[in-house]
Design a protein around this ligand. Structure first.
Ligand code: NAD
Length: 313
């Protein structure tokens, strides 16, 4: 039987689906969901839930002791677009929550940690196409700075204290169960909702803004595969590049038009354009593929089919 798992930030876009998948795999009572707010019905009804603040070390420690938690997935964070509005709050949340979990592992109160990084760790001076695992990283957003610092601390805790911490740099994630939480790639979810509701979408990123993206099922599978892999296979202890597909808003529009021929897209770029312009267009994820067998399954048209089918119901 798998030892108990705690998800912190379980009610968000990724946490909701991750919690449900882990519960299917390891049993509902073995996976404790937590967040500072309650989640949607499917999450709340699927197993145990605790209200928990990721910045409160003592409260997390209590939950860890109570449920004899072995692994933590830390999904609580302030995302890229929101973080630009509240820089210090973002820094405090993103860093303090990570230190809390790394310190619990350092003190042997838990054995394994998953913490997500992002393509936001890269910056305007990073090679844009086929961005390598190790390259120039000069992030220009608060969010990117916090993720890059987080990566350095993860590697430090692994090397210095032997903490078994694992991480991927998620690209923009596309999903239908939960709305995205204030990121620069949120357009790639909103577009499907608007296509079905109004037949039109006004994109806050301009035509030609090509970004790395991934369907949520692939992201969840990558996360669980990484956590299930033997420790000696995990050579990268900062965070793995993780790729799937890359496209611009007009490519999404064309994919949607195959199902909704009258669908129209227009463009009104806002402050998020500058963030997107500083990020890579495509990712070299060969180390994840070689070291723990990563392989994406969903391309853009398959994603569109899944999104329209599930949102249209
Ligand atoms: N969604 C993406 O496209 C994407 C891409 C790259 C990286 N990531 C990373 O993945 C992780 C999860 O992202 P997401 O998209 O699910 O985010 P989200 O905003 O949808 O969810 C975050 C959750 O954390 C909770 N939270 C906020 N403050 C908290 C606190 N103090 N204590 C406990 N919970 C708190 C929120 O209530 C929310 O439910 C984040 O680290 C994010 O940076 C996401």
């Amino acid at each position: 039987m798998h030892k108990p798992i705690l998800i912190i930030g379980a009610c968000g876009q990724i946490g909701t689906e991750l919690t449900i998948e882990l519960r299917n795999k390891y049993g509902a009572d073995n996976v404790i969901a937590s967040d500072i707010r309650e989640g949607n019905d499917s999450l709340m009804q699927s197993g145990p839930f605790e209200l928990l603040d990721a910045t409160n070390y003592a409260a997390i420690e209590d939950v860890v002791m109570h449920y004899e938690i072995d692994e933590i997935y830390l999904m609580a964070a302030m995302l890229s677009a929101t973080a630009e509005k509240f820089p210090m709050r973002a820094w405090n949340l993103n860093m303090n929550s990570l230190f809390n979990i790394l310190n619990l592992a350092k003190d042997s109160k838990i054995n394994k940690v998953f913490w997500p990084s992002s393509i936001a760790v890269f910056g305007p001076n990073t090679p844009k196409e086929g961005t390598p695992q190790s390259t120039i990283m000069e992030p220009s957003t608060v969010y990117g700075i916090s993720k890059q610092s987080g990566e350095r601390w993860c590697e430090y805790y692994f090397k210095k204290y032997g903490v078994d911490v694992r991480s991927v740099r998620y690209p923009g994630l596309i999903s239908w169960k939960t709305m995205p939480g204030g990121g620069t790639t949120d357009y790639a979810v909103e577009i499907y909702h608007e296509a079905l509701k109004n037949g039109h979408y006004e994109s806050f990123l301009s035509k030609g803004t090509k970004l790395p993206m991934m369907y949520m099922d692939d992201a969840i599978r990558a996360t669980i595969n990484l956590m299930d892999s033997p420790a000696e296979q995990i050579k990268v202890r900062s965070s793995y590049n993780l790729g799937s597909m890359s496209f611009a808003p007009e490519d999404m529009a064309a994919s949607i038009q195959k199902h909704i021929p009258d669908f129209k897209i227009s463009y009104a770029p806002d402050f998020r354009q500058q963030i997107a312009d500083s990020w890579p267009s495509s990712i070299d994820d060969s180390q994840a593929r070689e070291q723990w067998g990563w392989e994406p399954r969903f391309n853009l048209d398959q994603t569109t089919e899944e999104m329209l089918k599930n949102l249209g119901n």
